[in-house]
Design a protein around this ligand. Structure first.
Ligand code: SAH
Length: 520
């Protein structure tokens, strides 16, 4: 391949039902090299994080009546962006070819001679039911599935739906049925469906806002209305619905119903997000800060040129460890350059990063705070220390170690910047309603967040720059330790729980502890 113009290409990608974990591997691959992402209301905003930082993200809207772009405009946008030489990902809720007008988009592209690939997705017609504890088939309870829309093309004279046939079907999975729920169920009943047949409505299935009403064909319309269920929701009809009582795994997880913001840097967020998701939380990764290595950095250069002159290397954060190792390699050295030094870290996160470079930490305090490290050094033979860390940091280590008689070279590694959130949807911070967040993503407004995790004082101050002073008290934060708690409170945030030590595990425990106390 030469440097010629890229052939126009559009990927029609199924985003799955709402849980970002349900995107396919192929979907993640093509998102990873997108120049432009055109996304829907129903696609998880988290998936946009998989696109390159510079990719343009265009919201195509579509919430029933509330269309942001008209379908023709979307079609034309895909063509023009692709022809301009961009890799275009069209991210659609569920599966692109199960309703949602993917076929129309593909036909338009084919007509225009634009290359396209369809990446199937996990349809809500199947996955929202599964998340509600309803398997669409079962050997004894359902051996046929009918997937249909409850909202036909406006202006169509006669319904294309054959209710006689549908009434005899084992299981029905109906998308876009919220507004016509009553009519659909009435039509089924008059076509001969037993009104006692189990039926359920699943609103926002497979997300933290999932709400389910399980009833019968005869009673569901009334009960779903009483419970206030609206679109997007899936209607499931059939004997299999009765299995929900026994198979409702999704809502039983301890953090179900909570949307939690993880605001640390993207590189560090992974483990915390994973642990929270494992417990059923919906995690929103949105770094409040960015790390920028200081360049040029003559002080660091001089220290690296003189490594054998030091007895100790002290690293105080995972970010610091990464930047330091990057600089070491940048100087043409590698881990062997540290062979004579004893390496100290404040906590296990830093130690873990170093392990990744084949380095073992020699010194780590029992309490993962700077004071703990000073205590530890109190029993060590004096030597020259290289303390490499963030530009803005507390003075505890400096005064403490100098006080103990250590000769200390202080080298700043990186500075912390506020991350740019301009390309993201706004967040709002809500109160609990019976331990369950009831607000939805407002298509024009913001994404409500239940809890925020604060993993350092700098994350707290980064977040503060994104939250107006008047809103801060409504931010409920779980903090990694006393220093972060103090910083967060000074900024006006409400700290509801604090980790017993500065680890991901303890932070997750603190989150669980707070919610358990709330329920009791
Ligand atoms: N292509 C999509 C469906 C698009 S039509 C798919 O395969 O899932 C939009 C309808 O899908 C909504 O009105 C609703 O009925 C259903 N839907 C999408 N996401 C849903 C979710 N998380 N929970 C319940 N229903 C959902």
């Amino acid at each position: 391949m030469g440097g010629g113009k890229k052939p126009a290409m559009v990927y029609l990608v199924g985003a799955g039902p709402g849980d970002p974990g349900l995107l396919t591997l192929r979907g993640a691959q093509v998102l990873g090299r997108a120049d432009v992402v055109v996304y829907d209301y129903l696609a998880s905003p988290e998936l946009l994080n998989l696109a390159p930082k510079g990719a343009r993200k265009i919201y195509a809207g579509k919430t029933g009546a509330n269309h942001t772009l008209k379908q023709v405009e979307i079609n034309e946008l895909l063509v023009s962006e692709a022809r301009a030489g961009n890799v275009v990902v069209r991210l659609k809720g569920g599966d692109p070819y199960v309703f949602g007008r993917g076929a129309e988009e593909a036909l338009w592209l084919s007509e225009a001679g634009v290359g396209f690939e369809v990446v199937p997705g996990v349809s809500s017609a199947i996955a929202a039911a599964a998340a509600a504890g309803i398997p669409l088939t079962h050997r004894d309870l359902g051996s046929q599935i009918g997937i249909l829309t409850g909202h036909e093309k406006p202006g169509k004279e006669a319904s294309a739906l054959d209710f006689g046939a549908l009434a005899r079907m084992g299981t029905l999975s109906v998308v876009m049925g919220a507004s016509s729920l009553e009519t659909i169920l009435a039509n089924l009943a008059s076509a001969g469906k037993d009104p006692a047949t189990p039926a359920a409505m699943v609103e926002w299935g497979a997300t933290s806002r999932q709400k389910v009403v399980a009833s019968t064909v005869g009673d569901l319309a009334r009960e779903a209305k009483a419970a206030g269920l609206t679109s997007p929701a899936l209607l499931v009809v059939g004997e299999v619905v009765a299995l929900r009582d026994r198979l409702n795994w999704f809502e039983k997880r301890p953090l179900f119903g909570k949307r939690i913001l993880v605001a640390r840097t993207r590189e560090q967020a992974g483990r915390l997000s994973m642990a929270l998701r494992e417990l059923g939380a919906e995690v929103l990764e949105r770094p409040a800060i960015e790390i920028r290595p200081i360049e040029p950095n003559p002080g660091l250069g001089a220290a690296l040129a003189n490594l054998p002159g030091y007895g100790y290397l002290i690293l105080t954060s995972p970010n610091g460890a990464k930047v330091f190792m990057g600089a070491l390699f940048g100087h043409g050295l590698d881990s062997r350059g540290l062979h004579g030094l004893r390496i100290a870290a404040i906590g296990p996160g830093t130690a873990e990063v170093l392990t990744g470079y084949g380095l073992k930490v020699d010194l780590m305090p029992v309490r993962f705070v700077a004071e703990g490290l000073v205590e530890l050094f109190g029993s060590l033979p004096p030597g020259r220390c290289l303390l490499a860390r963030a530009r803005e940091a507390r003075d505890v280590l400096i005064t403490g170690l100098r006080g103990l008689g250590f000769d200390l070279d202080l080298v700043p590694l990186y500075e912390t910047l506020t991350a740019d959130w301009s390309g993201f949807e706004k967040l709002s911070f809500i109160d609990y309603n019976n331990g369950h967040s009831v607000e939805k993503i407002d298509p024009k407004g913001s994404i409500p967040v239940d809890l925020v995790t604060l993993t350092s004082a700098s994350v707290a101050s980064g977040l503060a720059r994104h939250v107006p002073v008047g809103d801060r008290a409504r931010v409920r934060a779980v903090s990694i330790g006393p220093i972060t708690t103090q910083a967060a409170r000074d900024l006006g945030f409400t700290v509801v729980s604090e980790a017993s030590e500065a680890t991901v595990g303890a932070l997750v425990e603190a989150t669980l502890g707070y919610l358990a106390a709330k329920k009791a």
